[in-house]
Design a protein around this ligand. Structure first.
Ligand SMILES: [Zn+2]
Ligand SMILES: [Zn+2]
Length: 198
């Protein structure tokens, strides 16, 4: 067994850091896009009104200008089926969809630092409509996913009856469920099936 000295231990720690699935802003953008898609639930819309959108925007740290009216809300809600599609397409389909999103919003990538955030990519000006900024941020993140050959990290929750989308950011591609409540439900059903068969 190799004895690790302090320096090689640091090297191993460093590699672990590098080994995260994507850049931090990409991971945040993917998670926000999935959360946006998942606000559309069969038993109720979690973006039902402008205050709900305000909470979503605050939770995910969106900056930039807001209209705060129903047309802005409608624009954001209309993104959801479009973004959900990215979780269901093959690679060529995703590429065509993402390229269209970037073209129609005239995305122009720029490195920016603002508020507490260090340099990251924006591809829309801060006064662009909120829905455009959300769409472009999601599209830019998916560009990273495709370039990395990691499209299989975008998957649908494996729990029966749940069609929430999942971004698997785990090191070993192991995430299958949208939430602990879904994974608990599946584990409990498996446990009951085992107990019944015993
Ligand atoms: Zn930013
Ligand atoms: Zn689920």
């Amino acid at each position: 067994m190799t004895k690790l000295d302090y320096n090689s231990f640091n090297l191993v720690e460093g590699i672990k850091e590098v080994n995260m699935a994507f850049a931090h802003d990409t991971e945040l953008a993917l998670s926000a896009a999935a959360a946006l898609v998942n606000t559309e639930q069969s038993d109720g819309d979690q973006l039902a009104d402008v205050p709900a959108l305000d909470r979503f925007v605050a939770h995910w740290g969106w900056t930039g200008s807001r209209r705060g009216d129903n047309s802005e809300l409608d624009g954001v809600r209309a993104l959801r089926p479009r973004l959900r599609g990215l979780w269901h397409m093959d690679e060529d389909g995703v590429v065509a969809a993402v390229n269209a999103m970037l073209r129609e919003t005239r995305a122009l990538p720029q490195l920016v630092a603002h508020d507490e955030w260090s340099y990251h990519l924006h591809a829309t000006p801060p006064d662009a409509p909120l829905a455009d900024r959300m769409l472009v941020e999601a599209a830019m993140a998916v560009v990273d996913v495709v370039r990395s050959g990691e499209l299989d990290r975008l998957r649908v929750c494996g729990a029966p009856g749940c069609d929430d989308v999942v971004v698997d950011l785990s090191k070993n591609h192991s995430r299958r469920y949208c939430s602990t409540s879904c994974s608990n439900r599946v584990n409990m059903a498996a446990f009951r099936a085992r107990s019944a068969g015993a």
